[in-house]
Design a protein around this ligand. Structure first.
Ligand code: HEC
Ligand code: HEC
Length: 208
């Protein structure tokens, strides 16, 4: 009797395990399209949850960041609160889901972001001449160097990321070679005012 009960509970446990396993196998890539919950309708960005604009993001940059979050080389520093919120969202993505997401994000219409940061754009322009080496004179990005476009991104997000690089909350992982490059570059921005100045200049480079 005891043995039978054991077998039954074993079978129930097995069924309990096999259901989610089966569901995982059958999961379609579009099951992972929960991104807009935080990144806003059509990926326009959402200040409230500090999730940046995804619409218009370069394919290669989007893929690399999703892979970095998934691999745990970004979004792991205990002080990187926003990165920690993002990381589990990428942890469950398969390569197939990432390909699907890139197509999906690519279909979104880019809508200009609002200007929210105030700073001295003229002072920022001088600083930006060094950033331009990698990010392009118009902030358009440079795939060969792995440096993403900056223009058109939410300005509050650029500020947070520059602060995070400066503190070593982003880019300090030994495997994050691109993040490490940026962490070194950001040291030329002395303080929050300097960061606001350079971001104010980036705001003048066009909104897309
Ligand atoms: C729970 C809210 C939430 C969900 C859901 C979410 N994200 Fe995020 N995501 C964030 C936050 C917050 C950040 C900012 C973290 C950071 O960059 O440090 C972020 C950052 C990112 C970045 C980095 C952008 C950059 O410029 O470096 C990418 C790419 C991204 N998310 C893509 C996605 C995709 C694709 C999905 C859906 C599979 C998704 N996110 C789902 C909250 C979320
Ligand atoms: C040596 C090349 C190089 C220079 C110079 C450089 N960057 Fe970067 N930057 C990068 C790379 C590479 C990345 C991508 C890091 C990653 O993959 O996480 C990056 C990322 C960024 C990001 C994060 C964007 C996002 O969407 O998450 C910001 C903001 C940024 N850079 C601003 C600047 C500013 C401002 C300057 C000048 C003070 C600058 N960069 C100079 C290479 C550079």
């Amino acid at each position: 009797m005891i043995r039978k009960r054991l077998i039954i509970s074993f079978l129930i446990a097995l069924a309990g395990i096999s259901i989610p396993l089966q569901a995982a196998e059958e999961r379609e890539p579009f099951d992972d399209r929960y991104c807009t919950t935080c990144h806003g309708a059509d990926g326009r960005g959402n200040y409230g949850v500090q999730a940046p604009r995804l619409a218009g993001m370069e394919d290669w940059y989007l893929i690399r960041q999703l892979e970095n979050f998934r691999a745990g080389i970004r979004g792991v520093h205990p002080r990187d609160i926003e990165g920690i919120a993002m990381r589990p969202m990428a942890a469950k993505l398969t390569d197939e889901s990432i390909t699907d997401i890139v197509d999906w994000v690519g279909s979104w219409e880019y809508l200009p972001t609002e200007v929210t940061v105030e700073g001295d754009a003229a002072a920022g322009a001088q600083l930006y001449s060094q950033c331009a080496t990698c990010h392009g004179a118009d902030g358009q990005g440079n795939e060969a160097l792995g440096a993403p476009a900056l223009r058109g991104q939410n300005d509050w997000y650029l500020v947070t990321q520059l602060r995070n690089f400066k503190q070593g909350w982003r880019g300090s992982d030994a495997q994050d070679s691109y993040g490490q490059q940026m962490m070194a570059m950001v040291q030329m921005l002395a303080d929050d005012d300097t960061i606001n100045n350079v971001v104010s200049y980036i705001n003048t480079l066009g909104r897309n």
